[in-house]
Design a protein around this ligand. Structure first.
Ligand SMILES: [Zn+2]
Length: 215
């Protein structure tokens, strides 16, 4: 059973994701087209309830605003509007580029080609995942009850995973992105890295499962 509100939002994500793919700032001109290998080290967690999820049909009206800088928030959702900060997304990409990639080996190219990325690819991927997360908030607000998560932010991460799988975006990249935007320590407004990555991966795999069943 697939909810139409969620499907419509996947359509929005597809269009917006393509739109956001253009105009990637050349932060690393010399390494712009260099291919690197994404190091994934996602902690396995089993904290979310599994289960078949249903969704309610609901109309969706949503605008997307893209701004230069959201001051570290990256994205936000208020009823009817999703806002995305380009500089914020670039900073997340910087963090991944400086800590989570290395030069690829010949074996990487053969065994894990999905983890070979370039800098523009990474920036686009961050924008897409932040967008998908905000759309996740919109989906919950629109009455889509696919999510098994209690926590609002993890629900949005889970739904971002479902959107990503529906649009065939990379699971590995998405998990790393949600791990990097996770919060640890005092004063956190968002869940811990491993929880966010896990919620995203759970949504991703459940979307693939539901597509498999539908097929
Ligand atoms: Zn959020």
């Amino acid at each position: 059973m697939v909810g139409t509100s969620c499907l419509r939002l996947s359509g929005i994500a597809r269009m917006a994701g393509e739109m956001l793919a253009i105009d990637v700032p050349p932060t690393y001109p010399d390494r712009e087209t260099e291919t690197v290998w994404l190091r994934t080290r996602i902690a396995p967690l089993d904290v979310l309830e599994d289960g078949r999820l249903m969704a309610r049909a609901a109309g969706v009206r949503l605008r997307l605003a893209v701004v230069d800088d959201l001051g570290g928030v990256a994205g936000l959702y208020v009823p009817g509007l999703v806002v995305l900060g380009l500089a914020d997304c670039a900073r997340i990409a910087d963090q991944i580029w400086s800590t989570r990639v290395r030069a690829p080996t010949a074996l990487d190219r053969v065994l894990t080609p999905s983890r070979l990325i370039t800098r523009p690819h990474l920036v686009r991927a961050v924008r897409r995942r932040i967008l998908a997360h905000e759309l996740g908030h919109a989906m919950v607000a629109q009455g889509c009850d696919w999510t098994p998560c209690e926590d609002e932010e993890l629900s949005a991460d889970y739904l971002a995973g479902r959107i990503s799988a529906a649009l065939a975006w990379s699971l590995d990249l998405g998990q790393v992105i949600f791990e990097v935007v996770g919060c640890s320590g005092h004063g956190c407004t968002h869940p811990e890295p491993a929880f966010r990555a896990h919620a995203y991966a759970t949504g991703y795999s459940e979307q693939l499962m539901s597509q498999h069943i539908a097929a």
